[in-house]
Write a protein that binds this ligand. Structure first.
Ligand SMILES: [Cu+2]
Length: 317
């Protein structure tokens, strides 16, 4: 359930909202003021009443008034905008750091203990600092309820921070058009009591003992696919998305394009490993090159082995 009442959802809500109301109020005042005066003059000086125009030669008082007042207003607006922005960039020393990774087309969040999730979990009443990393193209982290938005630029380190005062679930969007499935690039931040967060943070995702090994293997593999955001482009049910489905991927032959040549290749375990570590060397025919990035520094050999097992289980013979 997404929380709709955003009072106190983050420590920025009040300040951003009052800046918004201030700027909106000034804009509305001038919109109405100018429109009313304009309509009044149209009627007052219409042709039948005032056929010959009166020429007016400047007015110093008026010139000064309409230069000085708007300048003051704009400087006040700038001040509010600037100080609010500075504050959002200046995380407290003791803020909990969470690595926030954006890529086509999902977010993931890595906590201090190495745990990685696709939903952002944070404690209530505790400052949290998000270290932003874009792995492929421009993205933008947008949490409307927190009044927080920051572009994520590949190669550029940036942070945002916040402290939430209200438990609940809030939406996260990518606010920078980043390709085909940009509109699916969303997530959720869950604010929970500090105790619950600490408990949650301790629980190891591998604590799925005592279930049948086949199920454990599937759960683990699906966890890996979620963790790295693979499902933004691939499915397990045979349907084509941006990339081919994992279903029936193993053991089949397919045409790939390598060095500009079409070659037929048998999809064995080694091919799967190469597809994940060097995806743009052999590109499956009919799909685009350059969309999948190399996961060499991310997915471990052990995880690849687990994925291969899972892909095997999806291959009906
Ligand atoms: Cu994006």
């Amino acid at each position: 359930m997404i929380e709709t009442n955003t009072n106190n959802a983050s420590n920025f809500v009040e300040q951003v909202d009052s800046t918004f109301v201030f700027i909106f109020g000034i804009s509305l005042f001038f919109l109405l003021g100018i429109t009313i005066v304009m309509v009044y003059y149209i009627i007052r000086y219409r042709k039948s009443k005032n056929a010959v125009a009166t020429q007016i030669e400047g007015n110093n008082t008026l010139e000064v008034v309409w230069t000085v007042i708007p300048t003051i207003l704009v400087v006040i607006m700038f001040y509010y905008g600037w100080s609010g922005w500075r504050f959002q960039k200046d995380a407290p020393e003791d803020a909990i750091p969470i690595k926030t990774i954006a890529r086509m087309w999902s977010f993931s969040f890595q906590y201090e203990n190495g745990k990685i999730t696709d939903t952002l979990f944070v404690p209530k009443n505790k400052a949290v600092k998000l270290d932003l990393i874009a792995q492929d193209v421009l993205h933008s982290l947008y949490i409307p309820a927190f009044r927080l938005k920051q572009d994520m630029v590949p190669g550029k380190e940036d942070i945002v921070w916040f402290e939430s005062g209200k438990e609940g679930e809030y939406e996260i969007f990518c606010a920078e058009y980043c390709g085909l499935r940009h509109s699916y690039m969303k997530s959720v931040v869950i604010v929970m009591p500090q105790k619950e967060f600490e408990e949650w943070n301790k629980v190891d995702s591998a604590a799925i003992a005592n279930i049948n090994p086949e199920t454990a293997m599937r759960i683990a593999a699906q966890g890996i696919l979620r963790k790295y955001g693979c499902n933004a482009c691939h499915t397990s049910d045979g349907s084509k998305l941006v990339g081919p489905s994992y279903k029936n991927i193993l053991g089949r032959s397919r045409i790939v394009i390598k060095d500009g040549q079409e070659i037929e290749i048998q999809a064995d375990e080694d091919y799967i490993r190469r597809s994940i570590y060097d995806p743009n060397v052999e590109v499956v025919k009919g799909y685009d090159k350059g969309l999948m990035i190399s996961y060499k520094d991310q997915v471990s050999e052990d995880e690849i082995t687990q994925l291969i097992q899972y892909f095997e289980s999806l291959s009906s013979n």
